[in-house]
Design a protein around this ligand. Structure first.
Ligand SMILES: [Fe+2]
Length: 310
């Protein structure tokens, strides 16, 4: 490992380490979505070559798009696929089916209809599980498209490490503000006067103890998010909002087709609105698996010690 990478670049007081890591990150960040796509013949049993191609892309962009034969993705295959990348500890959320993998589609069930993921509306920029408790943070994510919509339902994706770079380059105090333990509060979730989830307060950016990885919890929703009321936090939030509105070259746009999916270290993403046509079988169905694990061999230290990255 070269000298600069012995220090954690995400710490504000290590500018040299940051400069070295930043240069390498931007240098190796895939320029086109095509570089993210890896064909996987059998989803449940990725070969060593397929695995290594996916890990290599994830080391550069914290995400990869995998493409298998349409119809190949039942839940057990998705679970086995995740396991091949060290994604094991599933987060069973409120509506996850018993096996911890959630089928996302437009729902007629009244309770689910209140949640945007179960509608055809656009989903704002976020990382998954931003309302989770600190001990249940989501580090890995697999989304698989079983059926696509008639139109719409595109994902926009941005490596959260790139978001960190854009913020820090604009104003290092943005990072300081977003690392504050009270930066972002998600108010309690109440249904009919009963609290079903307590309020969650925590940082946007955190450096994970042990691994030194950068973790991000974030939502661009304007309702139901309370930002710490200090000028630098609010300016950082505004910076991100402007970024979403203006767009940037680092953001990937992709509309998953049946048989395709995204595996990632819980990068920033959104979803455009979509329209189903059940009569013709065009009814969007996505499977989503959220993990407490990060993709194996994509730790910050693995990336920085790999000598032969493209
Ligand atoms: Fe999500």
């Amino acid at each position: 490992m070269v000298q600069e990478f012995r220090e954690n670049p995400f710490l504000l007081d290590k500018p040299q380490a940051y400069r070295a890591w930043r240069a390498r990150k931007l240098d190796t960040y895939p320029k086109t979505i095509a570089e993210l796509i890896v064909e996987v013949a059998d989803l449940a049993h990725p070969t060593p070559a397929e695995r290594s191609a996916i890990v290599s892309v994830c080391r550069r962009a914290n995400m990869a798009i995998f493409r298998s034969a349409a119809g190949a993705g039942d839940k057990s295959a998705i679970r086995a696929f995740g396991q091949a990348f060290g994604l094991v500890r599933l987060d069973a959320n409120l509506y996850a089916d018993d096996d911890g993998i959630t089928a996302l589609q437009v729902s007629d069930v009244e309770r689910k209809r209140d949640f945007i993921p179960y509608t055809n509306q656009r989903l704002n920029w976020h990382t998954d599980g931003y309302y989770n408790t600190p001990d249940r943070q989501i580090r890995g994510l697999v989304m698989f498209c079983a059926r696509d919509a008639l139109e719409g339902g595109e994902n926009h994706l941005l490596d959260h490490e790139i978001a960190y770079i854009l913020l820090r380059d604009a104003e290092p105090r943005f990072i300081e503000a977003l690392m504050h333990p009270q930066a972002m509060t998600i108010p309690a979730n109440c249904e009919q006067g009963v609290e079903i989830r307590a309020a969650e307060t925590g940082p946007v950016f955190a450096i994970e103890p042990g691994t030194g990885n950068l973790h991000m919890r974030y939502s661009a929703r304007t309702r139901n998010i309370e930002w710490r009321n200090d000028p630098m936090t609010l300016a950082a939030v505004e910076f991100l909002q402007n970024l979403w509105e203006a767009g940037c070259d680092y953001v990937y746009h992709y509309r998953l087709m049946p048989g395709e999916g995204i595996i990632c270290n819980n990068v920033l993403h959104n979803r455009t609105a979509f329209r189903d046509d059940p009569a013709s079988g065009k009814k969007r169905l996505m499977y989503r698996a959220r993990y407490f694990d990060r993709i194996a061999a994509t730790n910050f230290s693995d990336v920085c010690s790999a000598p032969n990255l493209p």
